[in-house]
Design a protein around this ligand. Structure first.
Ligand code: ATP
Ligand code: MG
Length: 219
């Protein structure tokens, strides 16, 4: 029987994928948060999980180092999702991608005047497309983390970032001024694995689909 490797990132993606995997009969042997292991076995001898950075999940799957992964729409859009089959929105790790500024910053007025706006984000490609779609020219500044700091430190006028509760923005005196899109995590599959390991991949996809969209929850 072929072996199956799943790529997941620690934290919310792992935590929220866990119940779906369990419904599909797969239970990881340990929690990567506490075990520090990067390769985690499961109750199924033919299935293992590799723990990688959220933004590295598509790379592992595209190159076939993992057969299946779970990645946020934010990551997939930013990286292009090339060489990946994306059969299913798992509807987990839900949040919004937004534009935020310091409270009191006159975003609408600044936009209306056509003033040059500096926007800090780790989602440069997605942000560029968003603003281009509105006919706005902004200077994008690429960051790798702690976007909230950028407007406070005077690095940028605005940020493009993910929010769920809004508590982090609030704690840093930032407010949402535009919605970019809603985000959730998708299942990604290596196309070669789907072909060559179909006997083991397809039943898992079907089980995850049933778990993500249980009958009766469909509108
Ligand atoms: P790292 O923390 O290693 O720098 P990361 O910030 O991309 O990487 P996570 O914070 O675990 O890693 O985010 C993983 C994915 O979860 C994101 O790509 C996104 O799809 C989703 N996500 C991010 N922030 C939130 C949030 N506040 N609420 C819900 N989902 C989120
Ligand atoms: Mg994070």
């Amino acid at each position: 029987m072929p072996t199956l490797t799943l790529a997941l990132s620690k934290g919310r993606i792992f935590d929220e994928t866990l119940p779906l995997l369990r419904a599909a009969g797969i239970v990881p042997a340990e929690d990567p948060e506490s075990s520090r292991k990067l390769i985690v076995g499961t109750n199924r001898p033919d299935v293992s999980v590799v723990i990688v950075r959220a933004s590295d999940v598509p790379t592992y799957v595209a190159h076939g180092a993992a057969d299946i992964g779970v990645a946020g729409k934010d990551v997939l859009l930013e990286q292009g999702g090339e060489g990946l089959y994306q059969p299913l929105d798992l509807e987990i790790a839900r949040c919004r991608m937004v534009v935020a500024t310091r409270r009191g910053f006159d975003w609408a007025g600044t936009v209306q005047r056509g003033a040059r706006i500096r926007v800090a984000t780790k989602y440069v490609k997605t942000a560029r497309e968003h603003f281009a779609g509105k006919g706005m020219h902004v200077d994008l500044i690429r960051l790798y983390g702690s976007m909230e700091l950028a407007p406070l430190a005077g690095l940028a006028d605005a940020i493009v970032d993910l929010v769920s509760s809004g508590n982090t923005l609030k704690a840093n005196d930032l407010v949402v001024v535009e919605d970019v899109m809603s985000i959730s995590a998708r299942l990604i599959v290596n196309p070669g694995a789907l072909k060559l390991k179909r006997g083991v991949v397809k039943p898992l996809l079907d089980a995850l689909e049933a778990a993500a969209q249980p009958e009766g929850s469909l509108q």
